[in-house]
Design a protein around this ligand. Structure first.
Ligand code: C2O
Ligand code: CU
Length: 462
């Protein structure tokens, strides 16, 4: 018998009875976010439903939408069988609210609750997801969109939030394949799914009108797949990456690569004709198919609009490369990699022992994880340049919590601000940032099987 304290009991019993536990008449209880198992029709209807782990009974969970500078308050209620916590990906957040089990909080146990309460300094497209056993919990559906709106509305007709995922499903049972932590996934490209969805639907279709202007907020919630997207019948501009506005809109021309956890905001004009269908295409290895279909219905206009203007910038401290301390991160390991040994728990061990302990990757020759020594301890306000070398045979999507960084171009020009950057195999990437948010911040690969098997470290600020 699990003993629940009174607050946990109230939260769970009310939710089980189907009563909304939201900020109500009393004005004291914050809105909830209930982590629960739910049977969802993910596959076509000739298959049975799939049991998912969801927020509020669906995946993606409820969209959380707030004005820039506003406050998000959610009581996480854990109604399933594992401990969990919720991370607010891409938000420059108060460290105590970052939602990392084992670092910024303890995992919320089954029957337990945790109150998240934070403000959102930057407008943009973000998401929230489980951050305990993420390689399983995110794969089972525990995530949702977090949208922070600009003060002034854009000159668009409408907006669509599009959360992309790939699921690994056993077609015989219609259930999520239960082989989380399979050594092949850990040591190769990660867990790649066999069912692609948008907003939890494999064949999402939307109606649009000719010359309508849409803002599309794309979020990649997949464990390991980088989506390779294209536009057909839509004329588009990228206006933000990972929530951060680009200084000038960039016309979409060819494939958009969206790595795990990355977001892109597009402004698109419908140029397909009435009766036709525009698409967001996904280019696979062998085939190209429609990720989202936009059916063009009557009622459009004959006039195109002007090229869109840039989104208003978020307020950021400019990084000073000349003042920057240089840090290095060498990423090694994986199948076909060169790692022969690594330090685990402070002791140098041969690769056989590293693998037996469940690790396949190292950062700077170390497998430290959440509890290990940080990559760096930084003064608050320090300028940092981090040189990352992907000395492995696989791509990695590196994510820093709590602080946005610039990608640095070869000529030292500051590239776009991001929170997740993709390094192709063998690639090197420098990023730079001002360490202006105090706390312990994870730096990890967002191919979640990689993060679980060694590709995780942290930086400590202040
Ligand atoms: Cu999107 Cu450490 O996470
Ligand atoms: Cu990786």
């Amino acid at each position: 018998m699990i003993s629940l304290n009174r607050r946990q009991f109230l939260a769970t019993s009310a939710a089980f009875a189907g009563l909304p536990v939201s900020a109500g008449a009393a004005g004291t209880a914050p809105a909830t976010l209930i982590a629960q198992q739910s049977d969802v029709q993910l596959l076509p209807t000739n298959y049975s439903k799939t049991s998912l782990w969801c927020f509020d009974g669906r995946s993606p969970g409820p969209e959380i939408r707030v004005a820039q500078g506003g406050r998000v308050q959610r009581r996480l209620v854990n109604q399933f069988s594992q401990g969990t916590s919720t991370h607010w990906h891409g938000i420059r957040i108060d460290n105590a609210m970052d939602g990392v089990s084992g670092l910024t909080q303890d995992a919320v146990q089954p029957g337990g609750t945790f109150d998240y309460d934070f403000t959102v300094p930057d407008a943009g497209t973000y998401w929230y997801h489980a951050h305990n056993r993420s390689f399983e919990q995110v794969a089972r559906g525990l995530y949702g969109a977090l949208i922070v709106e600009e003060a002034d509305p854009l000159d668009i007709d409408r907006e669509e939030v599009l959360v992309l995922d790939d699921w690994l499903i056993d077609p015989a049972t219609a259930q999520i394949k239960d082989d989380f932590g399979a050594p092949h996934d850990l040591s190769h490209a990660g867990r790649i799914g066999n069912l692609l969805t948008t907003n939890g639907t494999f064949n999402l279709g939307l109606s649009v009108r000719k010359n309508e202007r849409l803002r599309l907020r794309l979020i990649n919630a997949a464990n390991a797949r980088s989506f390779q997207l294209g536009l057909e019948g839509l004329d588009g501009w990228a206006v933000a990456l990972d929530g951060m506005p680009l200084t000038t809109p960039v016309r979409v021309n060819g494939a958009i690569i969206l790595a795990p956890a990355q977001r892109i905001d597009l402004i698109v004009d419908v140029v397909a004709d009435v009766g036709g269908t525009a698409h967001i295409l996904q280019f696979g290895r062998e085939d190209t198919f429609s990720q989202v279909a936009f059916e063009v219905v009557e009622g459009g206009t004959t006039n195109r609009r002007n090229v869109p203007s840039a989104l208003p910038p978020n307020d950021h401290r400019m990084v000073d490369l000349k003042e920057a301390t240089t840090l290095s991160l060498s990423m090694e390991g994986g199948a076909m990699g060169r790692m022969r040994s690594a330090s685990l728990g402070g002791e140098l061990k041969p690769i056989g022992e590293i693998v037996d302990a469940g690790f396949f990757w190292s950062f700077n020759g170390r497998v430290d994880g959440i509890e290990g020594d940080p990559l760096a301890r930084l003064e608050r306000g320090q300028n940092v340049r981090l040189k990352m070398v992907n000395d492995t045979a696989f791509p990695h999507a590196m994510h820093l919590h709590g602080i946005h960084f610039h990608e640095i171009a070869e000529d030292d020009a500051l590239g776009p601000l991001r929170d997740t950057t993709l390094l192709e195999r063998g690639q090197t990437r420098d990023i730079a940032f001002v360490a202006d948010n105090p706390g312990q911040w994870l730096l990890h690969c967002h191919m979640l099987s990689h993060a679980a098997s060694g590709m995780m470290t942290k930086i400590v600020v202040g």
